[in-house]
Design a protein around this ligand. Structure first.
Ligand SMILES: NC(=O)c1ccc[n+]([C@@H]2O[C@H](COP(=O)([O-])OP(=O)(O)OC[C@H]3O[C@@H](n4cnc5c(N)ncnc54)[C@H](OP(=O)(O)O)[C@@H]3O)[C@@H](O)[C@H]2O)c1
Length: 261
């Protein structure tokens, strides 16, 4: 299968660790140039150094708070200045706080809207002029909550489905430019975010995090969490030339966790 990523440029939002970083690494291993971003300069510097050390695609970084419109413009401009264009955009962000409807304030709703939905709108808008040049790919990272609401995560359940509506709409609006846009929905991929959520659930129930992990894994047909590398494999396929006919779709990477058809 020909991925054809050599020399292409990817901008990966929120990518100093976890799923975003795993996608960045896999892209670099395929010879793509990658701009990574996040809020901590030291972490970004180290990760970009590591990506460069792989010796295939090039890597650069930019400190970015994805909830800040000016930061987003700077990130897009720097990517174009550094690598000459943008062929792939990966929309990603940190996760919203856990909480049920009655626990959350207006401020937390507004913050999550800006982090988990508006940032995807702004990133897409800013990168669009460059993606239009020769066509390109947009990949949105969402959550299994787009298929089945997760108890205690009403912010994710609400805003991630917004990403799907946006993506489906853009699949039609951007098809004339040969821009393909898809959404990938992780179930339980072993990252700091999942550790954090398991700890929140453990604290609520007054048990150990390991106990929560066992309970969650019992409900996953493959009986384990996925690895960021497994997640990145599919993400990179969707971003590559090998995907030439999928757009406007949403895909679970969840070890079979979501039972809905
Ligand atoms: N892992 C899973 O199984 C899973 C399941 C469902 C949904 N998700 C969602 O997928 C997304 C990525 O998850 P993950 O597991 O990779 O999380 P993670 O390990 O916590 O990584 C989050 C990344 O986002 C960056 N980030 C957070 N807030 C940011 C901001 N305001 N501006 C710029 N960068 C920001 C973080 O860097 P800094 O903190 O340095 O900025 C970090 O690089 C999250 O939205 C998560 O809720 C993940």
């Amino acid at each position: 299968m020909e991925l054809n990523l050599h020399g292409k440029t990817a901008l990966v939002a929120a990518s100093s660790q976890g799923l975003g970083f795993a996608i960045a690494e896999r892209l670099v291993r395929e010879g793509a140039n990658v701009m990574i971003s996040g809020r901590e300069v030291e972490k970004l510097k180290q990760k970009a150094c590591y990506l460069e050390s792989i010796g295939l695609g090039k890597a650069a970084y930019q400190k970015t708070d994805i909830t800040n419109a000016e930061d987003i413009k700077r990130l897009v401009n720097l990517t174009v200045e550094t690598f000459g264009g943008i062929d792939m955009l990966v929309n990603n962000a940190g996760g919203p706080p856990a909480g049920s409807f009655e626990e959350l304030t207006d401020e937390e709703w507004q913050d999550s809207f800006e982090l988990n939905l508006l940032s995807y709108v702004r990133m897409t808008r800013a990168a669009l002029p460059y993606l239009k040049h020769e066509g390109g790919k947009i990949l949105n990272i969402a959550s299994s909550s787009i298929k089945e609401p997760i108890p205690g995560l009403v912010l994710s359940n609400t805003f991630r489905t917004g990403i799907v509506g946006l993506s489906k709409t853009l699949a039609t609006e951007l098809a004339p430019y040969n821009i393909l846009i898809n959404t990938i929905a992780p179930g339980r991929i072993a990252t700091d975010r999942v550790k954090h959520l398991d700890q929140v659930n453990a604290d609520r129930q007054g048990i150990d995090r390991e106990e929560i992990e066992l309970q969650v894994k019992a409900g996953i047909p493959l009986k384990r969490y996925g690895t960021p590398e497994e997640f990145a494999n599919f993400a990179v396929f969707l971003l590559s030339a090998a995907n030439s006919y999928m757009t406007g779709s949403s895909f679970l990477v969840d070890g079979g966790m979501i039972k809905a058809i």
